[in-house]
Design a protein around this ligand. Structure first.
Ligand code: ASP
Ligand code: MG
Length: 469
């Protein structure tokens, strides 16, 4: 699919644009966002834009802090600070709706003080106000006499499974709802607060941290949009974290699977749930830099294009938020049913296992550090004759190499192992083949930076292009 300035190539009517918290750092940012919207309109004529908005920079954290320190009356000044910031963006032009959002926050804080605890349903409604306030502020900021922008409440349109803090969107129900009232989306540009929806029972529920990405892709799916654009303070997906690797490349194009895998393990570019709605509908996702003039060629395009690059690896991701829980026993890898028993008990305990590596004598569960105590508690209840010992390690890190074709091409793993060996780094575990696009290494946390730099250099050093993929 090619876009040319001013030429409408496809008949689809909607484009979804999402602006994150880092796009709303100070007052000038609101003009930048307005300009960016104008630039997109200029490239794609005759589209209805759907603008998804995160809370302003740091607001969600501030609200969280206020909520959990409700006993301290001083936290009221945090709400005042948020109020002042948005009011200044609005040039002191307040109105009834703006005031009512803040009244509601203060009311909820009062309820928490009366209850002397933070119930989950209240937390979700409270935090959703960061987005609600910012979306309304942006609307007022960009509105003029013949404005075609309209605010929509995410709670009216996005239907969730009702899990507080981290809900999943009921995609088909949401799409049905939106399609049944598509006239309300036609003919206008919409501004929608991200990060929340409403359950069938009517509760506001959050979509997990960073959830505005998920709001954007959900709306893309439900509106059958032409594309979704996420504006970030990074240049799309890079071949490695620029804080670690020397001059990483912008990945020009990757598949849904690759992006999904990268987000799952570490890369903070995309929220973990956000790919699914687009994968279902083959709608392309562009991750674009907020800086500079809008240019599709500088965005990472994520689509169902599964092409293989020369180095196969498109990007390297990592996380040190891993704990390895090891079950040991002679023959453990061979005894049928042990792995099933362990993983189903842990899954029933509500803990997410990132992945599992088995060998003849051990089963290793890789989980997030915050889940470790739960896993150990559950592990204690597993009574199987074949398990001799349960132990854990928390000083580990995981590196994920992601790219189509990697597992078929000889020599990639050998290259990675030899460069690590040259640097004196011990690879403790590997996992390959659990899916088509990724290859994982577990190493000591202390070796992480050196390993990433060495692997990145060995895989990409001979490249002369500034973009890959
Ligand atoms: N404001 C929310 C957060 O900080 C959601 C988002 O930014 O997408 O997690
Ligand atoms: Mg945010």
């Amino acid at each position: 699919m090619q876009y040319e300035k001013g030429v409408r190539k496809l008949e689809k009517r909607f484009l979804v644009l999402k602006f994150g918290g880092s796009n709303f750092k100070d007052f000038e940012c609101y003009s930048e966002v307005k300009r960016k919207i104008g630039e997109v309109e200029e490239v794609f004529k005759d589209k209805h834009l759907v603008i998804v908005v995160s809370a302003a920079f740091g607001t969600t954290d501030k609200l969280l802090h206020a909520l959990y320190n409700f006993r301290d009356q001083k936290v009221d000044s945090i709400i005042d600070e948020i109020y002042e910031f948005h009011l200044q963006v609005l040039n002191n032009r307040t109105d009834g709706y703006f005031e009512s959002l803040f009244e509601r926050i203060r009311e909820l804080l009062t309820v928490v003080r009366i209850l002397n605890k933070v119930p989950p349903f209240l937390k979700d409604e409270f935090l959703s106000h960061g987005e609600q306030i910012n979306a309304y502020t942006l609307l007022k900021f960009i509105e003029d006499e013949d404005s075609r922008f309209e605010l929509k409440d995410a709670g009216e349109w996005i239907i969730t499974d009702g899990k507080f803090g981290n809900s999943t969107v009921l995609l088909e129900k949401t799409k049905e709802k939106i399609q049944s009232e598509i006239n309300r989306w036609n003919g206008v540009h919409s501004i929608v607060p991200g990060f929340y929806g409403r359950s069938v029972e009517g509760d506001v529920t959050l979509l997990g941290r960073g959830g505005s990405d998920y709001t954007a892709t959900t709306l893309g799916y439900s509106l059958d949009a032409e594309a979704v654009f996420l504006f970030k303070d990074v240049n799309g997906f890079l071949s490695c974290d620029p804080k670690v690797a020397e001059s990483p490349y912008i990945v020009k194009s990757m598949s849904y699977d690759e992006a999904d895998e990268l987000s799952y393990f570490g890369a903070k570019v995309l929220q973990y749930n956000s790919i699914e709605p687009l994968r279902k509908s083959s709608i392309p996702l562009y991750v674009c830099s907020f800086d500079g003039v809008f240019d599709l060629n500088r965005c990472t395009r994520i689509s169902d294009d599964k092409h293989v690059t020369e180095s196969c690896v498109k990007s390297i991701s990592y996380t040190d938020d891993v704990a390895v829980v090891q079950f040991k026993g002679r023959n453990l890898g061979r005894v049928p049913g042990v792995l099933g028993e362990i993983s189903s008990k842990i899954a029933h305990g509500g803990v997410n296992i990132k992945f599992v590596i088995t060998s003849q004598t051990s089963i290793n569960l890789i989980v997030s550090k915050s889940a470790l105590s739960d896993v150990l508690r559950i592990a204690e209840t597993i009574r199987l004759d074949d398990i001799d010992e349960i132990s854990y390690k928390i000083d580990k890190a995981l590196i994920a190499l992601v790219g189509h074709g990697m597992l078929d091409k000889h020599g990639i793993a050998a290259k990675v192992f030899s460069v690590l060996a040259d640097n004196g780094i011990n690879v403790e575990m590997i996992s390959a083949g659990s899916n088509e696009v990724s290859f994982y290494l577990i190493i000591d946390r202390k070796d992480l930076e050196v390993s990433l730099r060495a692997i990145h250099r060995s895989l990409f050093e001979n490249r002369v292009f500034s973009n890959i993929g």
